[in-house]
Design a protein around this ligand. Structure first.
Ligand SMILES: Cc1cc2nc3c(=O)[nH]c(=O)nc-3n(C[C@H](O)[C@H](O)[C@H](O)COP(=O)(O)OP(=O)(O)OC[C@H]3O[C@@H](n4cnc5c(N)ncnc54)[C@H](O)[C@@H]3O)c2cc1C
Length: 172
């Protein structure tokens, strides 16, 4: 769904500020699109065409963490509107960090997972001219510790989602 992004630009014209930040429809103000539902304004890396003519335009990785952050922004903006105010919460994918743990085996002894950190998720070439990202923050590690973190997050997340005692103390 189209939201508050700067759509319709070529790759070289796109700026970090073109990424949506309130996720509100410009046509129907009472409709928001969170998580994977919003239309990205463009590719996150330079589009190219393979020698066979296949067009490759990488979309933003709208993973669980991004979906969670956006869901929170949208929820707060809906509260604003119920209270008669304009949406005052925003966070675009060119401002937010991304952390993703991809399981490669869940055993607590022999398991492994790939832990990926990226900031910002969508590139900001004005702030980070070389790669669009802060390379001091970006990292990828594969190992057993990742499997432990994945297990802990999984257990904590399900506990929180069930609304068990103290759920609100568990951070997003
Ligand atoms: C196999 C796989 C592995 C992944 N692994 C990771 C990972 O390790 N880490 C990570 O960060 N992210 C991971 N992701 C991505 C992550 O799961 C998604 O980015 C995230 O779930 C998106 O959340 P969402 O709320 O936007 O959409 P969803 O979680 O897809 O929620 C949309 C909901 O809307 C419901 N729905 C659809 N149509 C209607 C309708 N008409 N009426 C009512 N309800 C409707 C659907 O049933 C669904 O429950 C993975 C995704 C996949 C598929």
């Amino acid at each position: 769904m189209l939201v508050d992004g700067g759509y319709g630009k070529q790759w070289n014209e796109m700026k970090a500020s073109d990424w949506p930040s309130t996720y509100q429809s410009p046509f129907y103000p009472n409709i928001f699109a969170a998580g994977i539902a919003f239309a990205p304004p463009g590719s996150i890396s330079k589009p190219h065409v393979t020698k066979n003519g296949t067009v490759i335009t990488a979309t933003a990785p709208r993973t669980g963490m991004a979906a969670g952050i956006i869901g929170r922004v949208v929820a707060f903006n809906i509260i604003d509107m119920i209270e008669g105010k304009a949406p005052s919460h925003y966070e675009s994918m060119s401002e937010m960090p991304g952390a993703c743990i991809a399981s490669l085996g869940k055993s607590i002894w022999n398991g492994s997972a790939s832990t990926i950190l990226m900031y910002p998720v969508a590139p900001d070439y004005e702030k980070y001219p070389e790669y669009g990202r802060d390379l001091k923050v970006c990292d990828l590690e594969v190992g057993l510790a990742g499997a432990w973190i994945k297990r802990s997050l999984h257990t904590a997340f399900l506990y929180k989602m069930k609304g068990n005692l103290g759920w609100s103390m568990i951070p997003e």
